[in-house]
Ligand binder design. Structure first.
Ligand code: IFM
Length: 447
C-alpha cells in the first residue's frame, strides 16, 4: 500500500444546480433557461428536482458520514441567494445553507464552498452576464454576503469552478448556458470571470477574513500526437487555450504572449483595463485542479486554433474521455515547476460509467480502477515534490451532467432518479477504505 502524507484532505464534491432541485425556492438561473431550449440538453432534462438534495440533505450527509468522508465540497446557488439578480437577499436561501452547514457540523464533516459553479441568475444574464463588466461588482457583493454570513463556519472558499468552461463552453462553443458562439464574447467573459475572482480575493484579504481562498481550474495535459513539429506547436496552442490562459494571469499577472497573438484577430482586448491583471494575480492560498483526461493534438488547418484531436489509444469512460492517469502527475509536477510550487488540491477527479443496479448492488470496477490509478498518480507527483494537500472525488452523487442531462453517472453513490433512492456503489466502499488507510493499494499500471 502507498500512503498519503499525514493530514491529507479527503472529500467528495458536488454542485448546487446538479443536485439541489428546489426550483420553486430559488430564482431562475441561466441553466433553467438553457434546459428549456430544445436540443440543448439531452432528453430535455432539467434541474427542477435533480437529486432533491434540498430536501434530502440530512440523508445525504448521513451517507457521507457512514462512508467516513471527512470533507464535502459543495457550491452555493447564486440565484437562491439573489433570486432576481439584484441586491435583495433571499433569507430562505441563506437559511438552506445554514441548515446544511449545521448538519455537516453535527456529523463532523468540514465544508469547502465553491461560490460560483455556473448557475448565474438569469436576471444578471439579461444584463449581459459575464460579458458585462458590471458583473464583477455583483459577484463581489454576493460573495461578501456569504463571507459575512458563513465566514465563521467555512474555512475554505473557492471563488470559481472552471472559468474555461464558463467562458468557452458558455460563450465560445455554445455547448453550455448561456449558449453563445462568439469568440470575442468568450475572451471578454473569461476576463471578467478572472477579474471577479481577483477582486473577491483582494477584498477577502482587505477585510482580513479568516480561512483560505483559491480558485479551481479545469486543467489537462496536452501532448503532441506525433513527432511532427507542427503537432508540437498545436499542443502548445491547446495548452495555451485550456491551461495557460487561466493559470498565467492568476499566478504571473499576465496573459500568455503567444495566445494574445493568436486571439488578436478576434479582439483588440479593450476590455482589459489598467490594474486588472494586478487584481487577478492577488495571491491565492491554493489552486484547485479538476482533472479528468488528456488531449493529443496535431496540426489541422481550419480547425479551432488549427489544432486537430487524435486518440491516444487509451481506454475511455462513458463520456468518451481517455483514461490517462500519468497526465495528472505530469500536470501536478508541471504546476510545481512552472508556477512556483503552489499549494494544490485536486478538487475534482472521477469518471462516468454506465452503472447498473444488480441485486441491489452497483459493481463499478471501472471507476475503482480509474480512481486507483489517479490516486497513484497523485502519489507520484507528491514524491516528485508537488505540494498536493488533498483530493475530492467527483462526484458524491450521480447528478445532472449539464448538456448530457442525467445520462452520465459520475457518482460514488447511485441515484435512482425516479424514486430518489441512493445506493452506495462499490467505489464508495473502496474510497472509504482509501480514506481509512490514508493510502491506496497499488496495482500494475496499465497505461
Ligand atoms: O459535472 C462536471 C462538474 O460540474 C464540473 N467538472 C466536470 C464534471 C464532469 O463533467
Amino acid at each position: 500500500m502507498r500512503k498519503f502524507p499525514e493530514h491529507f484532505v479527503w472529500g467528495t464534491a458536488t454542485s448546487s444546480f446538479q443536485i439541489e432541485g428546489g426550483r420553486d425556492t430559488r430564482g431562475e438561473s441561466i441553466w433553467d433557461q438553457f434546459c428549456k431550449n430544445p436540443g440543448k440538453v439531452l432528453n430535455g432534462d432539467h434541474g427542477e428536482v435533480a437529486c432533491d438534495h434540498i430536501n434530502r440533505y440530512p440523508e445525504d450527509i448521513q451517507l457521507m458520514k457512514d462512508l467516513d468522508v471527512p470533507w464535502y465540497r459543495f457550491s452555493i446557488s447564486w440565484s437562491r441567494i439573489f433570486p432576481d439578480g439584484d441586491r435583495v437577499v433571499n433569507e430562505e436561501g441563506l437559511a438552506f445553507y445554514d441548515r446544511l452547514l449545521t448538519e455537516l457540523e453535527a456529523k463532523g464533516i468540514k465544508p469547502a464552498v465553491t461560490l460560483y459553479h455556473w448557475d448565474l441568475p438569469q436576471a444578471l444574464q439579461d444584463r449581459g452576464g459575464w460579458m458585462n463588466r458590471e458583473i464583477v461588482e455583483e459577484f463581489a457583493h454576493y460573495c461578501e454576503v456569504l463571507f459575512d454570513r458563513f465566514g465563521d463556519r467555512v474555512s475554505n472558499w473557492i471563488t470559481h469552478n472552471e472559468p474555461w468552461v464558463v467562458s468557452w463552453l458558455g460563450h465560445g462553443s455554445g455547448e453550455h448556458a448561456p449558449g453563445y458562439r462568439d469568440i470575442p464574447a468568450f475572451l471578454k467573459a473569461a476576463h471578467h470571470v478572472l477579474l471577479s475572482h481577483g477582486k473577491v480575493v483582494e477584498q477577502f484579504r482587505a477585510k482580513q477574513r479568516k480561512g483560505e481562498i483559491g480558485i479551481t481550474l479545469n486543467l489537462n495535459s496536452s501532448y503532441a500526437a506525433d513527432e511532427q513539429p507542427s503537432s508540437k506547436e498545436a499542443a502548445v496552442r491547446w495548452d495555451g487555450f485550456l491551461n495557460r490562459w487561466f493559470l498565467d494571469p492568476v499566478f504571473k499577472g499576465s496573459y500568455p504572449a503567444d495566445m494574445l497573438e493568436h486571439y488578436s484577430v478576434y479582439t483588440d482586448f479593450s476590455f482589459i483595463k489598467e490594474g486588472d491583471l494586478e487584481a487577478i494575480a492577488a495571491p491565492v492560498d491554493f489552486l484547485g485542479i479538476n482533472y479528468y483526461s488528456i488531449s493529443y493534438l496535431n496540426h489541422q488547418p481550419g480547425a479551432w486554433l488549427d489544432a486537430g484531436h487524435e486518440g491516444g489509444g487509451h481506454r475511455r469512460t462513458a463520456m468518451g474521455w481517455e483514461v490517462y492517469a500519468k497526465g495528472l502527475s505530469d500536470l501536478l509536477i508541471r504546476l510545481k515547476e512552472e508556477y512556483n510550487n503552489p499549494v494544490l488540491y485536486v478538487t475534482e477527479n472521477g469518471a462516468a460509467y454506465d452503472d447498473e443496479v444488480t441485486d441491489g448492488k452497483v459493481v463499478d470496477s471501472d471507476r475503482i480502477q480509474y480512481l486507483q490509478e489517479h490516486l497513484d498518480a497523485c502519489l507520484d507527483a507528491i514524491e516528485a515534490g508537488a505540494d498536493l494537500r488533498g483530493y475530492f472525488a467527483w462526484s458524491f452523487l450521480d447528478n445532472f451532467e449539464w448538456a448530457f442531462g442525467y445520462s452520465k453517472r459520475f457518482g460514488l453513490v447511485y441515484v435512482d432518479f425516479e424514486t430518489q433512492e441512493r445506493i452506495p456503489k462499490e467505489s464508495a466502499k473502496w474510497f472509504q477504505q482509501v480514506i481509512q488507510n490514508n493510502g491506496v493499494e497499488v496495482q500494475v499500471k496499465t497505461n
